[in-house]
Design a binder for this molecule. Structure first.
Ligand SMILES: [Cu+2]
Length: 373
């Protein structure tokens, strides 16, 4: 039997005919899997690829033979040498990702938008259209974006402001904008066939209201939304209170929008290592406004320091409470304060680990809080 048999797809082989054969196959797969994944990794990461031969065609040791499906034996790799090589390859990929952080990509989402002031009204002109978006270095994806940003521009108004949003639809589908968490008059709620007709391709639609309940809210498509929000039609809609609570007096204010649609696992439209680090000086207070626009829960975990939760969906908590891992469910917003009293570069990531790390290193929902001395 040749080595190539080890990595051949089970689909090309005969179906298991018995439990015994199934167990034997499972044992084989368990042995073959690390080799296959190493090979896959080596193919995907040429900079750090070791010659594949060193992994797959190590001289067979006569004493280490694996029974095959057909009753024969096949050579195992010489364990010590191979393990070191595979470990080095894997470590190199992990190191490469970390060293690249924060990696530069084209496009930046969630940029604070300045309104036009028209007769005392804050006017935001938003165009929805299809763009190409770089989620991580070299990875271009189709995005449906507001003003060519994923997430769309960050809108910050004050409680009591008169706000007008003029939405132009340049998409190939109808759309509508819903102000998520904002307690508006019914006709401004942005749900096609319930509160308005859909905004057809080429049409423009105007929303206008007085900013009500303060807090960290969102705006997003409410039409074919699994696709449209998944492709990027979303943004932060923050209503600042007329009077800030003492706990809200912070040095740095970050918005972190989570998504898990067609662009993979992203923080503010980017996957690690292209995610943006949060940066503070020792002793500063940082507010983080988590917003989940995806379809899965993401328990965000900060290393080194705890988070103090102050608001849920824009509503002050009865008393602030502490945690280091915070579940952010779809649609939820959580506001937390971090007292940056521990200097260093602190990993900050979703703790559903397949959203953050693979054999190839960290990816997706990973960033860092950097506390400078
Ligand atoms: Cu996650």
């Amino acid at each position: 039997m040749t080595d190539t048999k080890v990595s051949s797809s089970p689909a090309t082989e005969a179906l298991p005919g018995s439990r015994r054969e199934f167990l034997r196959r499972a044992a084989l797969t368990a042995i073959a899997a690390p080799v296959a994944s190493t090979l896959l990794a080596a193919c995907k990461d040429e900079d750090h690829a070791q010659p594949a031969q060193s992994v797959t065609t190590s001289p067979a040791s006569p004493k280490s033979q694996i029974p095959t499906e057909h009753g024969g034996t096949m050579p195992t790799p010489a364990a010590g040498a191979v393990t070191a090589t595979a470990a080095d390859q894997m470590d190199a990929m992990h190191e490469k990702g970390i060293k690249a952080f924060p990696a530069k990509t084209a496009g930046k989402g969630n940029q604070l938008m300045q309104p036009k002031i028209v007769s005392g009204v804050k006017v935001y002109e938003i165009t929805a259209r299809k763009i190409q978006w770089e989620t991580e270095p070299g990875k271009m994806v189709e995005a449906w974006a507001y003003n060519d940003q994923v997430p769309g521009p960050q809108i910050r108004v004050r409680e009591g402001d008169r706000v007008r949003m003029i939405v132009k639809n340049e998409l190939p589908e109808s759309t509508a904008v819903h102000f998520h968490g904002v307690e508006l008059p019914n006709d401004q709620d942005g749900v096609p066939y319930i509160t308005q007709p859909p905004i057809k391709p080429g049409q423009t639609y105007t929303y206008e209201f007085t900013a009500p309940n303060p807090g960290s809210h969102m705006y997003h498509s409410h039409h074919n939304s699994a696709k449209q929000v998944g492709l990027g039609l979303l943004g932060a809609f923050i209503i600042e209170p007329k009077a800030k609570r003492p706990v809200e007096k912070v040095d740095v204010d970050y918005v972190m929008i989570l998504n898990d649609g067609m662009h993979g696992y992203t923080l503010n439209g980017k996957g690690f290592p292209a995610t943006e680090p949060l940066v503070a000086k020792l002793g500063q207070k940082v507010r983080i406004r988590f917003m989940n626009e995806g379809m899965m829960i993401h328990p965000m975990h900060l290393h080194g320091m705890h988070m103090t939760v102050i608001d849920k969906d824009g509503w002050p908590q009865p008393a602030p409470w502490k945690c280091d891992t915070l579940n952010i469910a779809p649609g939820e917003r959580w506001d937390v304060i971090v007292n940056c009293n521990n200097p260093g570069v602190w990993a900050f990531h979703c703790h559903i680990l397949p959203h953050a790390e693979s054999d190839h290193g960290m990816f997706g929902m990973v960033t860092a809080l950097i506390v400078n001395k």
